[in-house]
Design a protein around this ligand. Structure first.
Ligand SMILES: [Fe+2]
Length: 345
């Protein structure tokens, strides 16, 4: 089953020029029907859940059907938005159902950092509902792995309800089966009169960031990294490329109340932070780009030597802050149908 019905090359220029595309009837009828059916099943089961477990958070993760080719999805999005097909990562796949009481005019938001491209698939859209984008104003990137993280860091005058007053908006009148793509982490946006609207949102980037772990290759890459570290095969390990793990969230320096003595921490998204050394911080902030473990260890080694630096990097791999890739350069290797990650499988 194909997901998209259009030729991506027809929309690449518009995306680059306008900062969004609205592709009417961009979904195949088969895929649209399958999502409608999926959403119906989910809604029914969640209604039951609400009676069964009080306060349970509504699950909105969309399970990719077996009969779609994830390679098609990666290819179309990369082609329209100009992302690197070799490193493209699906950082979110959520069904979003707006309640009947949803605010008709909510505040705008930016999507989390990994939403380099947000793809909205319109599944059931009330006549009066609109997607509103602000492609011309305040396009700074949300650097946080949540949408709320950005809001917490804004000064009052920077909040969208103030900063966007009088800003030029693009109001999209989308219908069932439409596809909308825009740079979600840099574009303020909202859904107006959203009550009862049903959307499938897919988010993508080409820099290997997947804090929620929703790309089909994120978990296999993590498991492969652990297997490699546990193998103890030093020769093989030395040739691998350490990169910040897909779920790594932040690396922080925090002043403590003990005379403001500073501590270093790394945090995998959604988990407790853990302490790191100066050498480990240097590894996290400078790894990637195809450099091998052996070379990275030599470059950042301190007085305790290269073997010690290497051990410290491998500890980060065990803790989930670093992934080890079996390719020379993450930016230079393309593989068919796997998001370029077959080397790690
Ligand atoms: Fe959004």
């Amino acid at each position: 089953m194909r997901v998209f019905s259009f030729d991506p090359s027809d929309y690449r220029d518009a995306y680059a020029r306008d900062g969004y595309v609205h592709i009417c009837a961009g979904l195949t009828p088969e895929f649209l029907a399958s999502v409608v059916e999926y959403a119906g099943r989910e809604l029914a089961s969640h209604k039951l859940d609400r009676f069964a477990i009080k306060g349970k958070k509504e699950q909105s993760l969309y399970e990719l059907p077996d009969d779609i080719d994830i390679g098609e999805v990666y290819e179309v999005v990369a082609a329209v938005a100009g992302l690197d097909r070799a490193t493209i990562t699906m950082s979110e796949r959520h069904i979003q159902i707006y309640e009947a009481t949803a605010a008709p005019e909510p505040a705008a938001h930016k999507d989390r950092y990994p939403s380099q491209v947000s793809v909205g698939l319109s599944i059931r859209i009330p006549d009066e509902s609109r997607l509103v984008l602000y492609p011309y104003s305040h396009r700074e990137t949300n650097p946080f792995n949540t949408s709320a993280g950005l809001r917490r860091h804004l000064q009052p005058e920077q909040l969208p309800e103030n900063a966007l007053r009088g800003a030029r908006e693009v109001e999209l009148d989308d219908r069932e089966g439409d596809v909308i793509m825009f740079p979600g982490s840099t574009t303020w946006h909202l859904r107006r009169r959203a009550a009862d609207a049903l959307n499938l949102y897919l988010k993508f980037n080409d820099f290997g960031c997947d804090p929620l772990g929703e790309d089909p290759f994120t978990q296999p890459i993590r498991e492969r990294t652990l297997t490699l570290v546990e193998s103890g095969d030093d020769e093989k390990l030395d040739g691998l490329s350490p990169v910040p793990s897909r779920r790594l969230d932040t690396v922080s320096r925090t002043a403590t109340r003990d005379g403001w003595r500073e501590v270093l921490e790394a945090r995998v998204f959604g988990e407790e932070p853990f302490g790191i050394t100066e050498i480990q911080q240097a590894a996290l902030l400078s790894c990637g780009g195809g450099e091998s473990l052996a070379s990275l260890a030599r470059r950042i080694a301190g007085p305790a030597g290269v073997a010690d630096a290497r051990r410290q990097i491998l500890r980060l791999a065990s803790q989930g802050a670093i992934d080890l890739l079996e390719w020379a350069s993450p930016m230079a290797t393309a593989s068919e149908g796997t998001g370029g990650l077959s080397a790690a499988m």
